[in-house]
Design a protein around this ligand. Structure first.
Ligand SMILES: Cc1ncc(COP(=O)(O)O)c(C=O)c1O
Length: 326
């Protein structure tokens, strides 16, 4: 994974000052500036995008052997940074991977990336890979785990869907059961989700609800699911086999109480969700988005009133002066 830092131009280490050409003068220079942005942290160096590479022998690439986090930046602050660090370390532990730097260093790397790329509103992708090894599976052959940090922008769904709500499908493919690969581990191996996402794409929409192998509602391919019935907010418990979303936690523990709403975990069949008054999804990238239709079943006309209040409360927090990093 490592490359010689001296051989490449534009390489920055932790303490190098970042020089940004404010206005590229020619079209070629503008193109180059585009190719070079964002500056990306790869194993101890901040590299222009065009040079940010990992080895083809990295087991993150060869086997999806690694873990990751997707984190929002609001007003220059790393939203729920501590919780993301906690989950990253737990995920790494879940696949017997030792993160090669301390939590404090991981936070500094993120701050360095958002600062270098002048990001105040954006998204951070942190990746810890098993590192460079041999062509066999054996993780013992990968002595040095890799660390990548990309600070950039992300847009999952069209902006108008946040007002209108979205249609989703019920995936035929079940979520990987806990006994096989615990979905609480946010691993680089996302094929289960990607194949369910393909079912959504085939049906002309953006998301799919995934069930457990025994038919309980789990989560979506990249989001957690909530539903509202009779003014109460519900979501599946994490032990059905879902990622314990940081946004899910924020909705359950902070937004719902702030609005005087009760939020409970419930293990249900999809029929219960289909009878809900409102359904919405949560995720760092998606934030909070309403679901108005599941397959052919209509849930609501546009975003429901409680989902709207939750989404507005969410926006109040992330546009406010105290964006929480804890
Ligand atoms: C499978 C899955 N479920 C749920 C979520 C939402 O989690 P969070 O709110 O931490 O982004 C994600 C986000 O990446 C995900 O991939």
């Amino acid at each position: 994974m490592s490359t010689s830092s001296t051989a490449r131009k534009g390489v920055l280490t932790m303490n190098s000052p970042v020089k940004v050409d404010p206005r590229p003068r020619t079209e070629a220079a503008a193109k180059q500036a585009q190719a070079d942005r964002p500056l990306i942290w790869v194993n101890g160096e901040l590299l222009p995008k065009s040079q940010a590479m990992v080895s083809v022998y990295d087991h993150g690439l060869l086997y999806g052997d690694g873990v990751f986090e997707g984190i929002r930046v609001y007003r220059g602050r790393i939203f729920k940074c501590e919780q993301h660090m906690e989950r990253l370390w737990k995920s790494a532990e879940g696949i017997r991977l030792k993160v090669p730097i301390s939590r404090e260093e991981m936070v500094s790397v993120q701050r360095r990336c958002i600062e270098a790329n002048e990001i105040t509103e954006g998204y951070i992708r942190l990746v810890v890979t098993r590192g460079m090894g041999t062509l066999g599976l054996d993780p013992r052959k990968c002595p040095v785990p890799g660390v990548i940090c990309i600070a950039d922008q992300i847009r999952l769904y069209a902006p108008e869907l946040y007002e209108k709500g979205m249609r989703v499908v019920l995936a035929k493919r079940p979520r990987v059961p806990i006994d096989c690969l615990d979905p609480r581990v946010k691993s680089l191996n996302y094929l289960n989700n990607i194949l369910a996402k393909c079912e959504a794409i085939d049906a002309g929409c953006d998301e799919a609800i995934m069930l457990t192998t025994d038919g309980y509602v789990a989560e979506c391919t990249g989001d957690n699911i909530f539903w509202i019935k009779g003014g109460r907010v519900y979501t599946p418990p994490s032990d059905v086999g879902i990622l314990e979303g940081i946004t899910r936690q924020f909705v359950m523990k902070e937004l719902c109480p702030a609005l005087g709403l009760s939020c409970v975990e419930k293990k249900v069949r999809i029929t219960e969700v289909l009878k809900a008054d409102e359904v919405f999804l949560t995720g760092s990238a998606a934030e909070i988005i309403s679901v108005t239709q599941i397959d052919d079943a209509k849930i609501s006309d546009g975003e429901g009133p409680i989902t709207r209040r939750l989404r507005q409360q969410f926006r109040t927090v992330v546009t406010g002066d105290h964006v929480p990093e804890d």
